[in-house]
Ligand binder design. Structure first.
Ligand code: GDP
Ligand code: MG
Length: 439
């Protein structure tokens, strides 16, 4: 065995808990990273305390050193806190779905309305109507109208002399008459939260009973973003948040504090001024961004890779001992699938390039899903002891997986071939085998 491989095997026994000093040191770094990324002090404090609890109990994964381990826990926890998965827009059962904006002046409400309406129009063939309810600045209405014209999306406006509540009422009536499926209400903002604005927004919410009240927050405002979010969240039943201007150099830590103080999902992020510069919010990507430092991620990736290598080493060992079974087969296929086309990988084994068995081993992704279905129809005994798979059992597998019997036969044959081939490879030339397995 090569050095690395034997090291990987040695790691098998390298279990333990994270030491207090390692933990403290790692947490110090992470605390700084979060504060630098504009996560609010209160959220950082809460978060670190939580991580400390989690990390204390955690066993060190094989292949991860303590700081890597802590970073991984932090990354996972950040992702979990921000909602795990992208949250879609609420949709009303009857048309129109009403989406109301809220946020400070300059946060990006008007831009976001146009971006979202355009996205829906493009992706869902929606027929949105945009209501111009910011009557305090004439330019605000013009801005929406220009956007509407450019994107070919209708805008409802009544100038600056009508009360915004009335405009919203009239706009909704218009949407009903025109059977618009989405209505966006572009509201006014202020430089600071004030009573008058909040009252107006509350009134509009009562009139329109929106399916979404999206708070728009400028990510560049850093620590202030949290305070803003708190203020709006206290006054309105927010349903979600749009974080704008993430194309700037902010690390976007506001995402975490906003989520923390509002409890509402961040649904979209603005990444520029153009109508197409709007993306669904992905908590995992945001977590990485907040932690910043490419290093931290490389860190994690490297650690993850080492874990995979360990798994491969285990499988090699199994093959050597001839205990390679269908569970390993599926594991192996999964890993190989992550690496690229099977044929290419097999060709890396010296002497394999011209082997006719390669033809049978070419595996496309769909075939792989089918194989997995067949294997999951096997009993535990069958997986561990493929010799049990007589014709009647094979028929049962075919029925269970909903695949033709010839496919079951073919797969078992491939399994046999793979096993045989791997046996040869493990006996003969280890370096080829290692190459194939991603070394
Ligand atoms: P509102 O006052 O909340 O309606 O804000 P606007 O939609 O008028 O946006 C204020 C300014 O921010 C405009 O110049 C927008 O072009 C700009 N803006 C909005 N969203 C983004 C974004 O995601 N990235 C960048 N770079 N600029 C944005
Ligand atoms: Mg505006």
């Amino acid at each position: 065995l090569t050095d690395r491989l034997s090291k990987a095997l040695k790691n098998l026994t390298g279990k333990g808990k994270i030491h207090e000093e390692d933990l403290q040191a790692s947490l110090r770094e992470i605390r700084l990273a979060l504060l630098e990324a504009d996560v609010s002090y209160a959220t950082v404090k809460k978060f670190i305390a939580n991580i400390k609890e989690k990390a204390k109990g955690a066993e060190i994964l094989d292949g991860l050193n303590a700081p890597q381990q802590v970073v991984k826990i932090v990354n996972d926890e950040l992702t979990a806190l921000m909602g795990e998965e992208a949250a879609p827009l609420n949709k009303s059962e009857k048309i129109p779905t009403v989406i109301m904006m809220a946020g400070l002046q300059g946060a990006g409400k008007t831009t976001t309305v146009a971006k979202l309406a355009y996205k829906l129009k493009k992706e869902d063939k929606a027929r949105p109507l945009m209501i111009a309810a910011d009557v305090y600045r004439p330019a605000a209405i013009d801005q929406l109208e220009v956007l509407g014209k450019d994107l070919d999306i209708p805008v409802f406006s009544e100038g600056t002399d009508v009360d915004p509540r009335e405009i919203v009422k009239h706009g909704l009536k218009e949407a009903k008459a025109n059977k618009n499926d989405y209505v966006f209400i572009d509201t006014a903002g202020r430089l600071q939260i004030d009573e008058e604005l909040m009252t107006e927004l509350k009134d509009i919410a009562t009139i329109a009973s929106p399916d979404e009240i999206l708070l728009t927050v400028d990510a560049m405002t850093g620590q202030n973003a949290t305070e803003t979010a708190q203020g709006f969240s206290d006054a309105l039943d927010l349903t979600g948040v749009v974080l704008t201007k993430l194309d700037g150099d902010t690390r976007g830590g506001a995402a975490l504090s906003i989520r923390d103080v509002t409890g509402k999902p961040i649904k979209f992020v603005g990444q520029g001024e153009k109508p197409t510069d709007l993306d669904v919010f992905y908590p995992d990507r945001m977590a990485s961004r907040i932690l910043g430092m490419g290093d931290m991620l490389t860190f994690i990736e490297k650690a993850q890779k080492e874990v995979d290598e360990k798994k491969q080493a285990e499988q090699l060992e199994k093959m050597r001992q001839n205990t390679f079974d269908f569970n390993d087969f599926v594991d192996q296929l999964k890993q190989v699938q992550n690496m690229g086309p099977m044929e290419d990988l097999m060709k890396m084994i010296p002497g394999m390039a011209g082997n006719p068995a390669l033809q049978n081993l070419s595996i496309d992704p769909k075939t792989f899903t089918h194989m997995e279905a067949i294997v999951s129809s096997m009993t535990k005994q069958e997986r561990e002891n493929p010799d049990l798979l007589n014709p009647s059992r094979r028929r049962r597998l075919a029925a269970g997986a909903g695949r033709p019997i010839v496919e079951v036969n073919k797969m078992i044959k491939q399994f046999d071939q793979m096993k045989k081939m791997m046996n040869q490879a493990t006996k003969g030339n280890f370096s080829g085998m290692e190459q194939m397995m991603g070394g």
